[in-house]
Design a protein around this ligand. Structure first.
Ligand SMILES: Nc1ncnc2c1ncn2[C@@H]1O[C@H](COP(=O)(O)OP(=O)(O)OP(=O)(O)O)[C@@H](O)[C@H]1O
Ligand SMILES: [Mg+2]
Length: 488
C-alpha cells in the first residue's frame, strides 16, 4: 500500500479565505498595512498612497525602517511566530493581517531589504531585487468607489504615533493633540516563552482625543482604530490591547469598562452635565475603584452642589432641605451600586444629617437639667397651660421646667404628654405678665398653640400639622366664647 505524508497538516485556500473576508469592510487593509509599517523597527517615515481606477483600489505603502522585513517568508506564511508577538509596544502578533490583505488583492508586491515577492494570477514569484532600506508594499484590490472613500476616511482617523512622519496621498497626517494623557493599568497580551498569547495587566499611558467626525469615540491601539464606542473621546492605549484576530473587537469583556473607568478617574473634570448622564459614566461611578473626587464631580453635575438624599427616617428634614435650596436625590435616581459608592465616598448625605428636624430627645444626647425653684409666675403659666390643653386638645398634660441654656430647645411637647418649658433659654422674664403685658401673653399663647399642634403631628412642614393648628384655633375660639378658659 502506498502512503504519502506531507509535513504540513493544513493548506490555505486563498480564494476561500478572500470569500470569508468578504463580510469585512475593505478599509481593514489600511489598518493592517499601516499597522505593519508603524511596527517596522526604527521607522520614522511612512508614505501611503491610495488611488481608485476602474474598480481597483491601488495602494502603495513605503517605510524607511533600516531593517525591512525580518523574514521575507512571513509575507506568505500564516501564523508563524511573529517577531512582534512578545513586544507589548508593537501592534502585530497573529502573523495574519498582511495575508488577509493579500488574499483579497488582484495582485500584490512586497519589496524589502532581503528581496522581492510578487503575487499575481500566475502565483507567487520571488525576485532578488532588494531595497537599500525599508519596505514597499503595493497592491490592487477590487473595490467600489464608496469602499475607496471609506479607506481614505479610515486613514484620516488614524492617530499618528510620536516620531513617525506619516504622509497620506501627499499630505502629512497632522499629529492629533491629546486632551489629556495619563497612566493606567490595563489588560494587555503578549506571547510567553512558549509563543502562546497570554493576557496580563500592565501599566501604560492612555491619551484621550476629541473624535473625528460625529460618530463619537473609538478605542485605539497605539494609533490604530479598533472598536467604536460612541463615547465623548477617542481613547488611544499605548500598548497591545486584547483584540480579535480580525482587529475588529475586544476579546476581554472587562477591558472597555476598565479603560472607561481609568478615563473617568483621570479626566472627570472635563465631563459636563450631559456627559454625566451617559451610561459609560454611570458604570464608572458604580465601580468600587472609582475616584472619590470623580464621584463628587459626577454628583455635582447630575444634581447640584447643594444636594441631600431623601431620608425616610426624618421626613421633616427632607422638607427643611428643600426650603434651604437643597436638591433631594431620590432612590430611583441612581442605581443600587451607584448609591453604594456615593454613600461610601460621602458624595451625598441624607437630609437627616444635613438639615435635621429639631429632635430634643436624640439618643445619646445629654440629659437636660431641671429647674429647682419655679417662680409663682411660672406656676401660673403652668396652670394655664394645663387648662388650655384640657380644653383644646382634650388631654391631661404635665408641665416640667428645665433650666438648660446650652442644647435643649425653648420648649418641647411629645408623645409622653409632657410639656417641657426651658427657662434656661426662654428666660425668666418670658413668664412675667408685667408690662408690656399683652406682648408676653401673646408669646405664651403662641408657643402653647405651637406645642399642642404636636399633639397631632411632629412634622412642622406637613399639611397634618397645619390642619392641627387650624383645629386648635377653632376649638380655642369656641372655648373662649363659652367662657370656659380662666385667663392667664
Ligand atoms: N512594513 C514592514 N516592515 C517590516 N516587516 C514587515 C512589514 N510588513 C510586514 N512585515 C513582516 O511581515 C510579518 C507579517 O505581517 P502580518 O501583518 O501578517 O503579521 P503581524 O503584523 O506580525 O501580526 P498581525 O497579524 O497581528 O498583524 C510581520 O510579522 C513582519 O515581520
Ligand atoms: Mg500586521
Amino acid at each position: 500500500m502506498m502512503t504519502t505524508t506531507i509535513s504540513d497538516w493544513f493548506t490555505v485556500d486563498r480564494v476561500g479565505l478572500a470569500k470569508k473576508l468578504a463580510r469585512k469592510p475593505k478599509q481593514f487593509v489600511v489598518v493592517e498595512l499601516m499597522q505593519n509599517a508603524w511596527d517596522a523597527p526604527g521607522v520614522t517615515e511612512v508614505i501611503f498612497d491610495c488611488g481608485f481606477e476602474r474598480g481597483l483600489v491601488n495602494i502603495s505603502i513605503r517605510d524607511n525602517s533600516p531593517k525591512g522585513f525580518d523574514k521575507l517568508e512571513h509575507a506568505y506564511t500564516l501564523f508563524a511566530p511573529s517577531i512582534k508577538e512578545k513586544d507589548f509596544l508593537a501592534r502585530g502578533r497573529f502573523n495574519s493581517g498582511e495575508k488577509f490583505v493579500f488574499s483579497i488583492c488582484k495582485s500584490a508586491r512586497v519589496e524589502t531589504t532581503s528581496g522581492t515577492l510578487v503575487f499575481d494570477s500566475s502565483g507567487r514569484t520571488e525576485l532578488t531585487d532588494r531595497l537599500e532600506v525599508g519596505s514597499l508594499i503595493t497592491c490592487s484590490i477590487p473595490a467600489s468607489r464608496r469602499e475607496y472613500k471609506k479607506m481614505l476616511s479610515t486613514a484620516e482617523r488614524l492617530i499618528v504615533p510620536r516620531g513617525i512622519k506619516t504622509i497620506v496621498n501627499g499630505t502629512l497626517l497632522q499629529p492629533r493633540i491629546p486632551e489629556q494623557t495619563f497612566p493606567a493599568i490595563l489588560k494587555t497580551e503578549a506571547a510567553n516563552e512558549a509563543g502562546e498569547l497570554k493576557s496580563q495587566k500592565r501599566q501604560t499611558e492612555v491619551s484621550i482625543y476629541t473624535p473625528k467626525g460625529n460618530e463619537g469615540g473609538w478605542v485605539y491601539e497605539m494609533g490604530i482604530p479598533i472598536v467604536a464606542t460612541g463615547d465623548k473621546w477617542d481613547y488611544d492605549v499605548g500598548q497591545k490591547i486584547p483584540v480579535t484576530m480580525d482587529r475588529e473587537a475586544l476579546t476581554k469583556p472587562g477591558f472597555l469598562p476598565s479603560l472607561r473607568l481609568a478615563v473617568f478617574n483621570a479626566a472627570y473634570a472635563r465631563l459636563d452635565a450631559e456627559d454625566c448622564n451617559q451610561p459609560w459614566v454611570h458604570a464608572a461611578v458604580e465601580s468600587k475603584k472609582s475616584n472619590p473626587a470623580a464621584v463628587q464631580h459626577y454628583m455635582e453635575k447630575r444634581f447640584s452642589t447643594a444636594r441631600v438624599s431623601y431620608d425616610p427616617s426624618d421626613r421633616e428634614a427632607n422638607k427643611l432641605a428643600v426650603s434651604k435650596g437643597f436638591e433631594i436625590v431620590h432612590g430611583n435616581m441612581l442605581s443600587r451600586q451607584a448609591w453604594e459608592r456615593v454613600k461610601e465616598v460621602e458624595a451625598i448625605l441624607p437630609a437627616g444629617k444635613v438639615t435635621p428636624s429639631p429632635k430634643p430627645f436624640t439618643p445619646g444626647a445629654p440629659p437636660y437639667r431641671l429647674l429647682d425653684d419655679p417662680s409663682p409666675e411660672m406656676l401660673r403659666v403652668k396652670a394655664y397651660a394645663v387648662n388650655l390643653a384640657r380644653e383644646v386638645i382634650g388631654c391631661e398634660v404635665s408641665v416640667i421646667f428645665a433650666d438648660d441654656p446650652k442644647w435643649f430647645p425653648l420648649a418641647v411637647y411629645g408623645p409622653s404628654r409632657d410639656l417641657i418649658l426651658n427657662v434656661g433659654r426662654l428666660g425668666r422674664k418670658w413668664f412675667s405678665l408685667a408690662a408690656p403685658e399683652s406682648e408676653n401673653r401673646d408669646r405664651i399663647n403662641r408657643l402653647l398653640i405651637h406645642e399642642w399642634g404636636h399633639h397631632y403631628e411632629l412634622d412642622h412642614l406637613s399639611s397634618e400639622y397645619h390642619e392641627a393648628l387650624c383645629k386648635i384655633g377653632a376649638k380655642l375660639a369656641e372655648v373662649v366664647a363659652a367662657g370656659k378658659l380662666p385667663p392667664l
